[in-house]
Design a protein around this ligand. Structure first.
Ligand SMILES: [Zn+2]
Length: 818
């Protein structure tokens, strides 16, 4: 590579090919379902064109350029073909038997494909479907299904046996397509499943619906299982503590199931999560050590040097491939295996291959096997980090003055610091895009934690290898355990001291993201070295400008945002005022985990650092349950209640947490106003101070009205007929509103004729917050029908998911978030 001047792309053909392949994959994913044959034909045609000799008169350089462009286009078309094939389901695929209604009660036979995961919600695993039984017939099927052995909400808890990988099971349950995303900032589990090649889910709710039919594994699967048992057996025997075993299992087998939540959390908050997986670096090191050691061993058999080289290369790769299978073949492990193969191959054939090109080959192989990995954070982080190490590391090290590097310690420090910084810079845009958080405090921690992790890994591996010799394995196991706990201590101490030091903010705009990526690329590869830093700064400034442009462009015009979350059975509404103050009315139930899964991610995603007001309309769990999680997250500035001294665990817990966090709790009454933002008026309509305590807890619900410009929003909580009658008598046409949060989840015990007549403005929107198939059989179909006749639009969260409305005081519109 010339140090100055444009890098020659022909030195890295595989890198160019991988980039083109990725472009094709992204294009096909964006285009939606398409015919794989069309893409394959295009790829073949372009490849043939590239290899045909061009017209002779052309300049040689032009001919080369034409060939490069055509081959890159062929790679892009190939990317389109493999992506289209990923989504093109064969006729016998299990997802194809789903009826148009989208779900069916079925009996499915298949083989457990992965070790199951146990969660509070149930036992989860992937099943390779074999046979589908309906009432009348049994048909052979194929395809992978995401299975949950869960609990029914109205029966006593079911006890399931935990299946093993390779078990053949017959399961009866509800077969559905992967779930849609229900709220703006929710994790899109359905899309994630489809990208993994899972196009159907099965939910089982009774232990009697699970039948065991024997164990079935192919020879390779049996080998992998036997090795896995060896490793876990050695850890169980020689590692004295649970914490040490859990960390070693994560590091050596890539199995994080036994790690405690707060350990995971500490690593995540300090930005050290990448250490909790099987690292590509370790795979590479093991491969090279093995390759080196095998030479001495094989030479003793009196083989020729050439044969020894070929043999040890083959053996090393076979061991690495089995190890990759043992650890679940993550993107970074496959990348490391491919790169080791190229390094070893280069050594055997005496033909060196530039590291960036090796990285390109690895990316090409990974994407060809499963194209949709391109969109996964794991793939992106792994490849960006290595690209950063190769491309950016030397640039940063050269920036350190030579005299500082003269002592060997200084040189080591400069190299490792440059490497850490390079990997951090290269992964920064990806972290901000996927997680919206850049743990700044943890960057320095890597300098200690990375070498420590390698020591932990090496000690763990030695424990497994020496397991047959207890006299050696015992002391090494003890030190492997101690080292593992030292690493956990490092992360936890780092978290306590530096965990809070992080840049938070999602990069959502394409322009900002492109500018950030551009800044990193410029720094690594701008042809004129002296201009690199300056050009990098220009690109960074552009990224900053991107953030401001988004703020200046319309998004920042004062408006009122109302997000009616889909929290299943329950209510949760987020109000963001024109001046950016925030109010949450109810927070969903404890059981749904809506606060953790939906509300907190939403606040983070859209840059809201706290909630100025949290209103609990009444102390039922489907309204108050999620408040505890918000209080624990330290986000609540002030809590408002209806003052009901309700006797429930949820209510006691909420008040206790608010008290210990010193969050003021205030009781609201009709006539009160919440002075959140002068641009809007929030008034409390019910209950009145003079009202007798109602027979129904629901009837004491806080009823709120929000006025912004010409728009009115009425929030009825769970008010029932008695409370509605009082409201109509007291306010009548003052209730008139454009948006109405319908009382008590659309129950028959609410939404009387007089209330609807008083509250509905022409063109109004009625919102019913309710779960599909809930135990209470809500909403009443006739109630929904009446709202449909009265209002312009009736929105059921069960059917239409979350609703995001935006008003500037004159026009009221829906924000498209899907
Ligand atoms: Zn309710």
């Amino acid at each position: 590579v010339p140090a100055e001047g444009i890098p020659d792309v022909r030195a890295y053909p595989a890198l160019v090919g991988a980039l083109a392949l990725g472009t094709g994959i992204a294009a096909a994913e964006a285009a939606g379902p398409s015919d794989p044959h069309f893409w394959s034909l295009a790829a073949a045609a372009l490849a043939v064109l590239a290899l045909l000799p061009g017209r002779r008169r052309r300049l040689v350089t032009l001919r080369r350029l034409r060939q490069t462009v055509l081959l890159a286009a062929a790679c892009a078309a190939l990317g389109g073909a493999v992506t289209a094939a990923h989504y093109d389901l064969p006729p016998r695929h299990v997802a194809r038997v789903l009826p148009p209604t989208g779900e069916a009660e079925v009996t499915l036979e298949g083989v457990v494909a992965h070790p199951p995961v146990q969660r509070p919600t149930g036992i989860r695993f992937r099943l390779d479907a074999v046979l589908l039984r309906t009432d009348t017939r049994a048909v052979p099927v194929e395809g992978r299904v995401d299975v949950v052995l869960g609990q029914s909400s109205w029966r006593p808890p079911e006890l399931y046996g935990v299946p093993r990988r390779g078990d053949r099971l017959r399961l009866t349950g509800l077969l559905r397509p992967p779930p849609p995303k229900r709220n703006p900032a929710d994790f899109d589990r359905g899309r994630w499943l489809r990208r993994q090649g899972v196009f159907a889910t099965l939910r089982v709710t009774a232990a009697q619906d699970v039948r065991y039919f024997g164990h079935h594994l192919d020879p390779l699967g049996r080998l992998v299982e036997a090795l896995r048992r060896r490793v876990t057996g050695a850890f169980a025997r020689y590692l004295p503590t649970d914490a040490g075993r859990a960390l070693q299992t994560a590091l050596v087998l890539g199995d994080r199931r036994a790690l405690e939540d707060d350990v995971n959390e500490a690593f995540a908050r300090t930005g050290l999560t990448h250490l909790l997986a099987v690292s590509g670096l370790h795979v590479l090191l093991v491969g090279l050590v093995l390759y080196g050691l095998l030479k001495g061993v094989l030479l003793r058999f009196g083989l020729s040097l050439r044969r020894v080289d070929v043999l040890r290369a083959g053996l090393t790769l076979a061991v690495l491939v089995v190890y990759a299978l043992l650890t679940g073949a993550s993107a970074s492990v496959v990348r490391a295996v491919v790169m080791t193969a190229l390094l070893v191959g280069a050594d055997v054939s005496q033909r060196p291959s530039p590291p960036l090109n090796a990285l390109g080959v690895a990316a090409f192989v990974v994407l060809l096997i499963r194209p949709t990995q391109l969109f996964e954070a794991g793939f992106q982080l792994s490849f960006a980090a290595v690209a950063g190490l190769i491309g950016l590391g030397p640039v940063l090290r050269r920036a350190v003055p030579a005299r500082w590097q003269r002592p060997s310690g200084g040189r080591w420090l400069a190299t490792t610091t440059a490497a850490t910084l390079a990997a951090t810079l290269a992964t920064m845009p990806i972290l901000l895009y996927h997680f919206g958080r850049l743990p700044v405090g943890g960057i320095g921690l890597n300098l200690v934690a990375i070498p420590l992790t390698s020591a932990v890994f090496a000690a763990g591996l030695l424990t497994v290898l020496l397991a047959p010799l207890p006299a050696l394995a015992a002391p090494i196991g003890a030190s492997a355990d101690a080292l593992a706990r030292l690493l956990v201590w490092c992360a936890e101490t780092g978290d306590a001291w530096l965990g809070g030091l992080a840049y938070e903010g999602h990069v959502v705009h394409g322009f900002t993201l492109a500018a950030l990526v551009g800044a990193v690329l410029t720094l690594a590869a701008w042809p004129r070295r002296r201009l690199r830093v300056r050009m990098g700064l220009v690109a960074l400034a552009l990224a900053g400008a991107g953030v401001w442009a988004a703020t200046l462009r319309g998004d920042a015009r004062p408006h009122l945002d109302l997000v009616f979350f889909d929290v299943g059975q329950g209510d949760a509404l987020l109000v963001r005022t024109p001046r950016g103050r925030t109010m949450l009315v109810d927070a969903g139930s404890t059981e749904s985990g809506a606060a953790r899964r939906t509300i907190l991610p939403h606040l983070r995603r859209y840059g809201m650092k706290h909630l100025d007001a949290v209103v609990v309309t009444h102390p039922h769990d489907d309204h108050e349950g999620g408040v505890a999680d918000l209080l624990r997250a330290g986000l609540v500035r002030r809590l408002y209640t209806n003052g009901d001294a309700f006797d429930s665990d949820t209510h006691r817990r909420t008040l206790r947490l608010a008290d210990s966090a010193r969050v003021p709790v205030q009781v609201l009454r009709a006539g009160d106003a919440l002075a959140l933002d002068p641009a809007i008026a929030i008034s409390v309509l019910a209950p009145a101070l003079t009202d007798a305590h109602p027979a129904e807890t629901n009837d004491a619900s806080l009823v709120l009205r929000i006025a912004h410009g010409r728009h009115r929003v009425l929030l009825l909580g769970d008010a029932q007929l008695a409370a509605e009658a009082t409201l109509v008598a007291r306010y009548d046409t003052l209730l008139r509103s454009d948006v109405i949060k319908v009382g008590h989840h659309g129950s028959r015990t609410s939404s009387s004729g007089p209330l609807m007549r008083a509250a509905a403005r022409p063109g109004c929107t009625a919102v019913v917050s309710v779960a599909e198939r809930n135990v209470y059989r809500l909403p009443g179909p006739e109630v929904v029908a009446r709202w449909r006749r009265t209002c312009h639009r009736t929105h059921l969260t069960s059917a239409h998911r979350a609703l995001w409305l935006r008003s500037d005081g004159r026009t009221l519109g829906k924000v498209a978030w899907r």
